[in-house]
Design a protein around this ligand. Structure first.
Ligand SMILES: [Zn+2]
Length: 362
């Protein structure tokens, strides 16, 4: 990572998930508006690259939980919160009487996904029954959680799906988890209806999942690790992992955290679509500023993920004060301004403006 130090890091604030890591950024102490601008050299051609994963991380990681178990909000959620990790909780809604635990998870920034209404073997149902299962779960989640959050993600009960079911699910959700293994980047919308997951089952040998993390890093892919119950009393059965084993996994994640983008299934699926399809529009304005936005966005892209792009700065801007702003916001200075590139996180409806101001100290 040492070569990265020369780059400039920019924080474009994420209001979406409380778990996003904050990149270094300071507000300018004085209002730099009156200082003279540094002109962009005539030969400057904007070189901009989309980063495979958010913040230019090597691989993506999602932790998910199936079957609406009480231990999800009693045990797992608080532990994830301590570690600043947001997970995806797939709930089957039929048996839920008290929604307060799920509300707490949603309030912490976790994603609540659908695992159907009654957890049936979906492939054995008629299409009308399948639709009823999907619609009922979505209705329950949206009507019982404050703010009626969209239900972007789905998980097939028993991992069972076929082509017909995938097509139905795709009408309701951005992605669905089924199948096993590590996902590559650049998944098609169809492939996003069978996102691979790595289920944690007895004998709860967590070294296996440390190896899967390593595999995701080496493939620059996306790993989605899922659990069922987590026992605070360290009990164990087919779908209950003892707490110490669960913590062992979180510790393994922590060890490679610098290289991992940790995000919910919805955030990663959305990012994959943005990265795959979006174009980047870079315009120079009046020889002194640069305006960057996304174009050719895929359909139904949401604002839950921003695309990280890497932009080479004009040579004339080197060693000067680089400022950025979004829309009508106040300009902020980019720290560590001795490099020649910036990382920018750009959302669906955002435009980022960059300019350079004379550095009087030099
Ligand atoms: Zn299940």
């Amino acid at each position: 990572m040492s070569d990265r130090r020369m780059y400039l890091f920019v924080l474009l604030l994420f209001g979406v998930c409380g778990c996003e890591r904050k990149l270094e950024m300071v507000s300018s102490r004085e209002d730099p508006a009156d200082e003279p601008n540094v002109k962009i050299e005539a030969e400057y051609v904007a070189q901009v690259q989309k980063c495979l994963w958010f913040e230019d991380k090597v691989a993506a990681y999602t932790i998910s939980f199936d079957d609406a178990r009480a231990s999800h909000y009693q045990v797992a959620g608080p532990l994830l919160h301590q570690r600043n990790i947001c997970g995806t909780f797939f709930i089957n809604t039929r048996e839920i009487k008290d929604w307060s635990g799920w509300q707490n998870l949603a309030d912490m920034g976790h994603e609540i996904g659908s695992h159907t209404w009654s957890h049936p073997r979906m492939t054995a149902l008629t299409e009308a029954q399948q639709r009823a299962e999907l619609e009922h779960a979505i209705f329950d989640i949206r009507s019982n959680l404050r703010g009626a959050p969209p239900v972007y993600s789905f998980c097939y009960p028993y991992g069972l799906f076929d082509d017909a079911l995938r097509r139905v699910v795709q009408e309701y959700h951005i992605s669905a988890r089924g199948g096993g293994g590590v996902n590559r980047s650049g998944l098609s919308d169809e492939a996003l209806t069978m996102v691979r997951g790595s289920g944690v089952y007895p004998p709860y040998d967590m070294t296996l999942f440390a190896r899967i993390l390593a595999e995701a890093l080496s493939k620059k892919g996306w790993v989605n690790v899922y659990f069922h119950s987590v026992s605070a009393r360290d009990d164990s059965n087919d779908t209950t992992i003892p707490l110490r084993r669960f913590i062992e996994h979180l510790d393994d994640v922590e060890k490679v955290r610098g290289q991992l983008w940790i995000a919910t299934q919805a955030q990663v699926a959305n990012y994959i679509r943005l990265h795959r399809d979006a174009g980047i529009k870079v315009e120079e304005i009046d020889q002194v500023s640069i305006k960057i936005s996304l174009e050719r966005l895929p359909e139904n892209i949401s604002d839950i993920s921003r695309l990280t792009v890497k932009l080479a700065l004009p040579n004339h801007w080197r060693n000067h004060k680089i400022l950025w702003r979004k829309g009508n916001q106040k300009s902020q200075e980019i720290v560590n301004a001795d490099g020649d590139r910036v990382y920018l996180h750009i959302g669906r409806d955002e435009t980022v403006f960059l300019e350079a101001k004379m550095n009087k100290k030099r």
